[in-house]
Ligand binder design. Structure first.
Ligand SMILES: [Fe+2]
Ligand SMILES: [Fe+2]
Length: 162
């Protein structure tokens, strides 16, 4: 099955968010590849990686939206919550050894993520840019640190807590 590849058409024009989307796209492509090979332990591992990246990414976006007092945060978070629930269902099936659920999970994200990025994340990106987000340096990286350890620094070097 063809993998999912990030392209400019998926850009939301917030570099940290675009980078995280690229990582998720790469994780979906890897999961796709492993599920077509039928390697269940690897599929389980890659499912865990993908769902962890998604969860951290959603949490990051929600944190940025709160920081910017984004008015559509609730609506946007509901979209994330819907995807969280779906992902949990797929992950539970994969956990008990149902390999086709991995194909369905990859297919689901392959459709969901570009749609979500094209509308919800782009709207968010525009609002964040209006809040001069581009002048902040955010040192949080999805998947590499617990959320609590992210540090926020303004362009002038002053730390701040959103
Ligand atoms: Fe989002
Ligand atoms: Fe996103």
């Amino acid at each position: 099955m063809a993998g999912l590849k990030w392209s400019e058409s998926n850009a939301v024009f917030v570099p940290q968010i675009d980078d995280e989307h690229k990582d998720i796209f790469a994780a979906v492509a890897e999961l796709d590849e492993a599920s077509s090979g039928g390697d269940l332990p690897r599929v389980r591992k890659l499912t865990q990686r993908l769902t962890a990246r998604m969860s951290e990414h959603f949490a990051h976006e929600e944190r940025l939206m709160r920081a910017a007092r984004y008015e559509s945060l609730r609506w946007h978070k509901q979209r994330h919550d819907g995807a969280r629930k779906r992902m949990d269902l797929f992950a539970a099936r994969i956990h008990v050894g149902e390999l086709p659920a991995a194909v369905e999970l990859a297919q689901y994200i392959r459709t969901w993520l570009p749609d979500h990025a094209a509308v919800a994340d782009r709207m968010m990106g525009a609002a964040l840019r209006n809040h001069r987000l581009s002048t902040w340096k955010v040192t949080f990286q999805a998947g590499t640190k617990p959320l609590d350890s992210c540090s926020w620094v303004r362009a002038d070097g002053e730390p701040f807590e959103p």
